[in-house]
Design a protein around this ligand. Structure first.
Ligand code: ADP
Ligand code: SF4
Length: 695
């Protein structure tokens, strides 16, 4: 075991949180995961891995305390009644088994809960449409005094049940716009004229009452944390610095810990494209001085030096993390053991967030085991040892090939990784050169570094391989990771057959741009029928290169899928700031020399637009000719196994390519069940006993 540098010792000091004492300063703050009440055992396994990785406190996501706090369709945990306790207890037990303090974030979503499942009427401080996340056609009603009494009782019940389920640390949640307490604090939402509205003292009354109730109910058997919005991001209309200072001045000593968060989840979880590590510091600095209680905050921290600076400069006592703990559940232990080069740094892409946003189990670009701990038994650090002396060839060093090589290397196989170009990383290397995406290189760097130190892995660069080369070298097992290529014929989601493109039209694809080619002329139209980030980023690059850029998309917003990564609004703003014209709800129909024909996505009405060049970001084709040839060779008995992975099997997100590489490595030498069986265990609904129900 390597020893760490003494300057990081401060990160391993214990911190007292009420009656609890942490083993270090690493704190996994509550974070959503798309598992919630539907996949509790999956969540238990995921949280346990983080506890094993050295996080001293591991928390759940927000836990709905009552049917009036139902944020369907999102899937979070629930503590509506005792029926929910076995699932919650399983998670708490798993966190304890991993060696961490178990925290639970109790939440009443107030006017953010459309209650689509329970059909209860949403409740908030004022008569207002549900907000901020929901745009369902329903209004919240202003809570009466009796509602407040009820809410306080529901919260107490949830606190009692939390302790019953085994949690050590209970949250009062007043952040992210996901909490009725937050709505009461906010001048934007709270327009009451009674003692719960108006002055800051009045707006914090509900927070005070619920904190007092919680402290009372916990009764010293655990600790009480308060997660609070330090800036609502609404300017003077919302909670701001003065408000939060007054809250801390009045209530600073009530809970055992303060957890500072930005006003919305979106502004708390900035992607690396839109904010650097530690971007919350300006909002949090100085607040710790207003309380004697420990404070935790986040900042996509992956650098131990940045963490030490936050502690030493008195900004934070505990280093909070959601995403860095997802990308590397073993981050604390790696710092503890002086293994900084082994840290799998979060790239800030928010694919993890997209799990919650699409109500599916969390995944992570950097950590393919995220979400697979329970059902597939994958672990972020360990993988079972090799089961044969097989030698494996991996062709292509993009994210899929790199991850397969790394994971097979850890298993102990002899692996040869062959790459056509000088650089490893494939699309990651190309795309990370685009504006705002430099952190994405970490996908390559982590794996390249890991592979370099493996004596059983050889890397050959600038070695394009044909099927005959591979067969001549006598490789028996081949993983083909040759990637994909952007189409130049307009085929994508809208057009599923090629569009008319004149022979003298200037058409480029992202690969042309990666290769350094630039359009001749000034006016460029980028056509985005892919809807993830690349169209928008390519437009930004071309604008930076001095072109007059328009971006056309059939969707209502450019890069519309990035609503799931919290970027879509920021992307529109950036495109506007860069002077890029957005033509949304518009389809590209054909391209000629000097112009393109567009049509309304709704009426089909056409128009012609001047364009010296057209850049198509529509869809990709797998580069699978090598795979096909080798599959033929295998069928002819010239190879033992061949498998396509990543984009050459089916183009997708980088996260999918990494996952695919990991899967191939996990499944090597494994006898797989027939593919008409569900490939993993899952939890199904427990049927109610009808006899008992009917009495
Ligand atoms: P993925 O996302 O599936 O990992 P990428 O497109 O990022 O795919 O990477 C594919 C890599 O495979 C690229 O670096 C490319 O240069 C390399 N490659 C493609 N064809 C060959 C080949 N025939 N021999 C060696 N390397 C190849
Ligand atoms: Fe970080 Fe992306 Fe992984 Fe989320 S998905 S933890 S942002 S690397």
């Amino acid at each position: 075991m390597t020893t760490r540098e003494p300057r990081y010792d401060i990160l391993f000091e214990p911190v007292k949180i009420g009656p609890l004492t942490t083993k270090n300063r690493f704190y996994q703050v509550p974070h959503c995961n798309g598992m919630g009440y539907r996949d509790p055992s999956a969540q238990a396994a995921m949280r346990k891995v983080k506890a094993e990785g050295g996080w001293s406190v591991v928390c759940t996501e927000q836990v709905e305390i009552h049917p009036t706090s139902d944020i369907t369709p999102f899937i979070e945990l629930r503590i509506w009644d005792d029926q929910d306790l076995p699932a919650l207890a399983r998670i708490a037990d798993a966190i304890h088994e991993g060696g961490a303090i178990a925290g639970i974030e109790l939440a009443h979503n107030g006017m953010n809960a459309p209650n689509l499942y329970s059909r209860e009427i949403p409740m908030g401080p004022s008569h207002l449409p549900v907000a901020p996340d929901s745009i369902d056609p329903v209004q919240a009603r202003a809570m009466t005094k009796q509602d407040i009494v009820d809410l306080r009782r529901w919260h107490r019940n949830a606190v009692r049940r939390s302790l019953q389920a085994g949690y050590d640390l209970v949250y009062v949640y007043a952040a992210h716009g996901y909490s009725v307490i937050n709505h009461f604090l906010s001048p934007k939402y709270n327009t009451r004229t009674d003692e719960y509205g108006g002055s800051v003292q009045n707006r914090m009354r509900l927070l005070r009452e619920i904190l007092e109730d919680t402290v009372d109910e916990v009764g010293g058997r655990g600790a009480v944390a308060c997660r609070i919005a330090v800036d609502e991001d609404y300017g003077p209309a919302g909670i701001g610095r003065d408000d939060i200072q007054e809250v801390l001045g009045s209530l600073g000593e009530l809970p055992d810990l303060w957890d500072f968060a930005m006003g919305s989840w979106e502004s708390d979880s900035l992607t690396s494209r839109f904010g650097p590590e530690g971007s919350q510091e300006e909002h949090v600095a100085g607040l710790k001085a207003l309380t004697s209680k420990p404070v935790v905050g986040v900042g996509r921290f992956t650098s131990p030096d940045a963490m030490v600076r936050q502690i030493k400069s008195g900004v934070l006592d505990l280093i909070g993390a959601a995403r860095p703990s997802i990308a590397d559940p073993f981050l604390p232990n790696k710092i503890r053991d002086g293994q900084l080069e082994k840290i799998r740094e979060c790239i800030g892409c928010n694919i993890c967030v997209s799990g919650d946003q699409t109500m599916s189990i969390i995944r992570c670009t950097q950590n393919p085991s995220m979400g697979e701990e329970f059902r597939r038994g994958w672990h972020p650090e360990d993988i079972r040892k090799r089961e044969s002396d097989a030698k494996i060839l991996v062709v292509g060093a993009g994210p899929a090939g790199l991850e397969a090589t790394r994971a097979l290397g850890v298993r102990g196989y002899e692996v040869s990784l062959i790459e056509a170009t000088r650089n490893l990383g494939g699309r990651v290397t190309s795309e990370s050169a685009l504006p705002g995406l430099s952190a994405w290189n970490r996908v390559r760097d982590y794996r390249e570094l890991a592979i370099e130190s493996m004596p059983n892995v050889e890397v050959f660069r600038e070695s394009p391989m044909t099927a005959e080369d591979i067969l001549e070298f006598g490789f028996e097992h081949v993983l083909v990771a040759t990637g994909s290529q952007w189409r130049n014929d307009g085929v994508g989601r809208w057009h599923t057959t090629p569009i008319p493109i004149a022979a003298d039209a200037q058409v480029l694809t992202p690969e042309d741009l990666f290769a350094g080619r630039r359009p001749t002329g000034r006016k460029v139209v980028v056509y985005d029928d892919d809807h993830y980030y690349l169209g928008g980023v390519v437009a930004e690059q071309l604008a930076a290169d001095g072109y007059d850029v328009s971006i056309v998309t059939p969707a209502a917003q450019v890069s519309s899928w990035t609503s799931h990564t919290f970027e879509v609004t920021k992307i529109q703003r950036r495109l506007i700031e860069k002077g890029i014209t957005r033509r949304t709800e518009t389809v590209l129909m054909s391209a000629g020399a000097g112009s393109v024909e567009l049509a309304s996505a709704y009426t089909g009405e056409t128009s012609s637009v001047d364009a010296d060049a057209l850049v198509l970001v529509t869809a990709r084709l797998p580069k699978d000719s090598l795979l096909q040839e080798l599959t033929g060779a295998q069928q002819a008995g010239r190879l033992t196994s061949v498998r396509g992975i990543g984009d050459c099997w089916a183009p997708g997100a980088i996260a999918a390519a990494v996952w695919s590489g990991r899967r191939a490595a996990e499944e090597f030498d494994q006898v797989l069940p027939p593919n008409d069986e569900v490939p993993f265990p899952r939890e199904t609904t427990q049927l109610i006993d009808l006899e008992v129900l009917r009495g």
